[in-house]
Design a protein around this ligand. Sequence first.
Ligand code: HEM
Ligand SMILES: [Cu+2]
Length: 539
Amino acid sequence: MATATAQVSYLEAKKGILSWLFSVDHKRIGLLYLYSLITFFLVGVTLGLLMRYELLNPGKDLVEAKTYNQIFTLHGVIMIFLFIIPSIPAVFGNFFLPIMLGTDDVSFPRLNLLSWWVYIIGAVMALSTLVFGDGPADTGWTFYAPYSVKTGTNVSMSVLAAFILGFSSILTGLNFIVTIHRLRAPGMTFTKMPLFAWALYATSWIQLLATPIIGITLLMIVAERTLGVGLFDPSIGGDPILYQHLFWIYSHPAVYIMALPAFGIISELLPTFSRRTIFGYKAIAYSSLAIAFVGYFIWGHHMFTSGMSGTARFIFSMLTFLVAIPTAIKVFNWVATLYKGSIHVEPPLLYALAFIFQFMIGGFTGLILGALATDIHLHDTYFVVGHFHYVMFGGTGFAFFGALHYWYPKIWGRMYNKAVANIAFVIFFIGFNTLYFPMFISGLMGMPRRYYDYLPEFHVPNIVSTVGSWILAIGLLIMLGNLIVARFRGRKVTERDPWGGITLEWQTPTPPPVQNFDSLPELPLNGPYDYENKPQIKD
Ligand code: HEM
Ligand SMILES: [Cu+2]
């Protein structure tokens, strides 16, 4: 089907800042999210670098104890609520889900725009604690009671911010569920959907069903702080363990809001760069649902040391091991996809490979923490800090940047300098592992987390870690610098399929027109990664 008139791309359709801020085009909303997310991410990184500088030597280097506590709390709040939870769904889900399903937008475009505005309001509230009240919360991003009820810092504002941000997350989830159910192109059955769509589908259910729990719990903190209702503080008749249960009933499933979309990204990158059908399509698709489901029943592994009964601890530990099974299924399938594939080493693939490597380290150390006996020793040590950075940053963060390099030419119609991208990746990768691996060692040695000071015997791993943070920052700057330069000066890309991908976004013009397609997309015969029957793409 030839195109009669060349359609204007979504980038050029309308001009002016307002045409972006109030756009209901899912692609533009994805980019609004991208720019705001990266901004907050850089604020979070700066706070991380400050902390690492403070920890270069034992004793005070830079900031007081209380300031350090506020810094790690704000760092955690920004990284969790403003960066990693929205990240892949809000940016790449918004931009590519409708295209990958062969449709022109999400089901509720205006709710989609609302979700971005709500996100910005929540973000501004979270950051406003820097100037309002007695400064940012110093409780840790977990806001554990009873301390969060008693401290003078601005916990109420941070907690309300997280409450507001929850709505943004719910709106995105709701939109994706309805879009997937109602707007798939003719012929795009559930089992022909790309795995990224499957991953977003499983994620969306968690966003929709788990987020309200944290919303209510956080409001309870505000009620207790302002009205003195005894909910969590034992001195006025509350129960602090109740808080921990409510918090983790959301926050454990929330780690799958962070992880599942990343699994989806990896399942797109590997087939494209090995020119091969994904191994075990159905196993990967259904294991996302299995992970989302089992993920609801394992929150207690965050509370092994809180005085739960032995039976409860045993059951939570067992169930935690259970969730490793569907996760491992995915890893085996990814590796099997690469095996005997025709591997094209390009920047996005490097990020995908680093994801597998780092996510495995994150996952295995997660099992060490999920095992009751070892967790008693490791709870609240640097081992935990190493673990969750490997999962969230080494995993989801790397998948996010991999996706950015993958879809970059489609989004902007320009290509970045690949050699620079490769160099940036190598520095970023070395920096990441130098920064976080030593944390497993200091953690095993017994160094507790959330202190601005430490005993001299932990000095060496901390020096290594801080030097790693500088290497990582350099890699990050080169990577982002390269992408920003390419936006204006990069080689123009007009071909539809610069990577040889096969899912529907590679059949649209580059960059896509407002309505996404200029002709009816062709579905590959046998599922979304059928390289044997690849549709003929017309440029
Ligand atoms: C340059 C990048 C980063 C550096 C240098 C860094 C460093 C740190 C440090 C030193 C801590 C405090 C550990 C402690 O005292 O207990 C911390 C905590 C934390 N980081 Fe990062 N981090 C970085 C990026 C990230 C990213 C990308 C994420 C999420 C995707 C993240 C999530 C967290 C969370 C959730 C905490 C826990 C905060 C708390 O204890 O309440 N960090 N990070
Ligand atoms: Cu958990």
